[in-house]
Design a protein around this ligand. Structure first.
Ligand code: BT5
Length: 340
């Protein structure tokens, strides 16, 4: 009910009367009043005028179930939010829930991870209050070798969500035209670094970790974990040279839940294009425009081997097409570390 009341208030153009909420949800005055009080405790600020009703004038920067669910659309692939104040890793939570039968379309999200993971056992720094640490569980009807393309789909959705929300929130928050155009110009540099990073001005602001459970011909489930530094201003020593946040780069302090909701909309759009053909043919052009590596020299590390090459873009399977500097040979890279 909290989600429904929040949705009504959020979408209202002005005041909504307590009576109107009661009638549209078929609940008592006391029930509505209780929820409004809970929302106040969570940090929502209301304007309440007798005879007119309620209006939210300030939203807290929180990632609770009702805050995010009240912004989801009916057609979004993400249907349900599971929120933790703190957990080891949302990928672990998602995998455990998947094993226990949790449905496709559930998003696990937390304020703080104590054991956030990157690829190959690397650490993911996930402090409280300023980032988004979330994992989407889906059960797509695809083959195991197609699952890595979901990292590509997710990267596109994250990059586009960050760009849209930052531009939109900049206009709402900043009053100076100069600051708005500074933020707009900066956010244009929000790019994907193949295969799983989002960078802003070459600094890493997001990483993606896709894991799955599969049989030889069939995927049971895929969990896509996404970590985004949103309003972070202090970085642990181990990452301070290469990491940054949306706020540090653009000067815009966006609401984290807006990014999650926009990600839900954009992931739905890109995923629907992917599933139509079960490859990236309907996405490559858009992806390559978001790719920081396109047309650039990259350094590639593959199974102990390191070399430089020129990167062109990805193919329909998500492999990075490069031309090796030393030999002129054209190669398609499946996995590896790429630096710009
Ligand atoms: C990644 O791995 O970039 C995937 C990160 C996925 C994190 C999400 S958060 C929600 C979900 N739950 C999890 O436990 N994980 C997922 P990789 O490409 O291996 O990069 C890891 C490297 O990024 C580390 O070795 C650091 O150098 C750097 N790093 C760690 N924390 C960072 C941060 N907060 N921001 C930027 N870089 C970071």
């Amino acid at each position: 009910m909290k989600t429904k009341i929040l949705k009504i208030l959020r979408n209202a153009d002005g005041f909504v009367s307590g009576q109107a909420i009661c009638e549209s949800l078929g609940v008592s005055r006391t029930a509505v009043w209780k929820v409004i009080n809970q929302l106040k405790e969570e940090g929502y600020e209301f304007d309440a005028v007798s005879n007119k009703g309620y209006r939210i004038v300030n939203y807290p920067d929180i990632l609770t179930k009702s805050e995010i669910e009240s912004q989801l659309d009916k057609n979004d692939i993400i249907k349900k939010i599971v929120f933790f104040d703190e957990t080891d890793s949302t990928n672990n939570r998602a995998k455990k829930a998947a094993e226990e039968g949790e449905e496709s379309g559930t998003l696990f999200i937390t304020e703080c991870q104590t054991g956030g993971r990157g690829r190959r056992g690397r650490n993911w720094v996930s402090p409280p209050g300023s980032g988004i640490w979330m994992t989407l569980l889906i059960r797509p009807d695809i083959r195991p070798d197609e699952a890595s393309m979901l990292t590509i789909v997710a990267a596109m959705a994250v990059s586009s969500a960050i760009t849209k929300v930052t531009k939109y929130d900049a206009k709402a928050i900043l009053s100076d035209e100069k600051d708005i155009s500074f933020a707009d110009n900066k956010i244009e540099q929000c790019k994907i670094k193949w295969p799983n990073d989002i960078v802003l001005d070459k600094k890493k602001i997001c990483g993606i970790l896709t894991e799955m459970s599969a049989e030889p011909e069939h995927v049971n489930y895929v969990v896509t974990g996404i970590g985004i530094n949103v309003n972070t201003t202090e970085f642990a020593d181990e990452i301070k040279d290469m990491a940054s946040s949306i706020f540090v780069q653009t000067g815009v302090r966006i609401k984290r839940s807006h990014v999650v909701a926009q990600f839900a909309h954009d992931f739905t759009e890109y995923f629907n294009r992917f599933i139509k053909t079960q490859d990236l043919s309907l996405l490559v052009d858009d992806y390559n425009k978001m790719l920081i590596n396109a047309g650039k020299t990259v350094r590639i590390e593959e199974r102990g081997d390191a070399y430089t090459a020129e990167a062109y873009g990805i193919d329909n399977e998500g492999r990075l097409i490069v031309k090796v500097d030393d030999t002129g040979e054209e190669k398609k890279i499946i996995a590896g570390e790429v630096s710009v």
